[in-house]
Design a protein around this ligand. Structure first.
Ligand SMILES: NC(=O)c1ccc[n+]([C@@H]2O[C@H](COP(=O)([O-])OP(=O)(O)OC[C@H]3O[C@@H](n4cnc5c(N)ncnc54)[C@H](OP(=O)(O)O)[C@@H]3O)[C@@H](O)[C@H]2O)c1
Length: 332
């Protein structure tokens, strides 16, 4: 079988595609014939040794896949060959076949095609956990999403709308904001590409306050970080909740006095750790999300698919913040 391989850390161009032996399922594992793999920002980071998980070289990137079960190992009881499944593999997914623990499989609802399924779990899983479990977002609250047209960002917009919030989408182009509005956001704001100097940060904070009106944002979903974080925090409402999701624009430092002045909370969100530490809570969330998928209330916006041979192009588009919604690699 063919696999995308990271043999040395570096930019997407340093990835190679090679013929490698098919994986064998270990105890409690299955082998998935991968049809599509969702592409996520962590894939850009993991090949540069900049992510929190550091698989030994050589490895295939690709954290989530959708495909058909090819083979099951000893002790596998919940699935069988031929089943359509999502595999949350962490890495190894940019390949024609991947081994996956039974516990990390999710049956695909009939309403989802395989490409949509490959782009579903990481983004909706993260944003659902963030908004529901961490922020306890309530109907009628105002939710500001930074990086709103990206993978996790657009998922936060859609889930915020489903939860009854008034969602304001912030992104770096009008096109991106328009996409968010077409997916249910009540309004939006275009911010400069950055990094922002002090004056630009002050202006952005005023712009955030103006677009939200009232007291500001009850919940802020920050999938961007960098020089966008402080202006956003300055536009939070009294007792607001600020969700720390990711740092494509850099890791910000925040003056802690702002939390005192706003009586607000800064809340870290690490979905992968949650799934490992609270399997029961994770199962409840997955069941809820799959219900939304089956009833047609959630379906990822996959703006483009790339064949495996174009993996570097796909990852470069993501690093250059050109992607809208989700992209996926197809393996046939
Ligand atoms: N906490 C968790 O559990 C968890 C789970 C999954 C992902 N994440 C993290 O969430 C972040 C977003 O992941 P994603 O897969 O949704 O990525 P994505 O689709 O590429 O979205 C990231 C967004 O960040 C914005 N951005 C701002 N500055 C950027 C820069 N210098 N380079 C690239 N993008 C920039 C872009 O929007 P604009 O152009 O509109 O600014 C882009 O749409 C990543 O840091 C990822 O590691 C965290």
């Amino acid at each position: 079988m063919k696999a995308v391989l990271c043999k040395e850390y570096g930019p997407p161009e340093s990835l190679v595609i090679e013929e490698v032996p098919s994986p064998k399922p270990g105890k409690g594992q299955v082998v998935i014939a991968v049809k599509a793999a969702g592409v996520n920002f962590p894939d850009v980071l993991i090949i540069q040794n900049k992510y929190q998980f550091r698989p030994p070289l050589p490895f295939s990137p690709g954290g989530e896949v959708a495909g058909i079960i090819k083979e099951v190992g000893e002790g596998v009881t919940q699935v069988k060959p031929g089943d359509r499944v999502i595999g949350s593999v962490g890495w190894g997914g940019f390949a024609q076949e991947v081994a996956c623990d039974q516990a990390r499989l999710i049956p695909i609802p009939d309403a989802l095609d395989l490409v949509s399924a490959s782009a579903f779990m990481l983004t909706y899983g993260t944003s659902h956990y963030a908004l529901k479990n961490r922020a306890q977002l309530k109907a009628g609250e105002t939710l500001l999403v930074l990086g709103a047209a990206g993978g996790v960002g657009l998922a936060a917009v859609e889930l915020g709308v489903l939860m009854g919030a008034r969602v304001i989408a912030a992104a770096s182009s009008q096109d991106k904001v328009d996409l968010c509005i077409s997916r249910g956001a009540a309004g939006g704001i275009v911010y400069p590409e950055g990094p922002l100097d002090r004056d630009a940060q002050r202006k952005l904070s005023d712009d955030f306050k103006n677009v939200m009106g009232g007291e500001g944002a009850n919940v802020i979903y920050d999938a961007v970080g960098g020089t966008y974080a402080e202006p956003a925090l300055r536009a939070i409402a009294w007792e607001g909740r600020y969700l720390v999701i990711g740092f494509p624009a850099g890791i910000p430092s925040i003056p802690l006095n702002l939390t005192l002045l706003k009586g607000c909370q800064i809340i870290g969100v690490f979905w992968g750790a949650f799934t490992a530490r609270d399997p029961k809570g994770n199962q409840e969330n997955i069941a809820e999300l799959m219900g939304f998928a089956q009833s047609g209330r959630l379906k990822p916006y996959v703006s483009k698919t790339y064949p495996m041979a174009k993996v570097a192009e796909a990852l470069n588009e993501m690093a250059a913040r050109k992607v809208k919604g989700k992209i996926a690699l197809t393996m046939d």
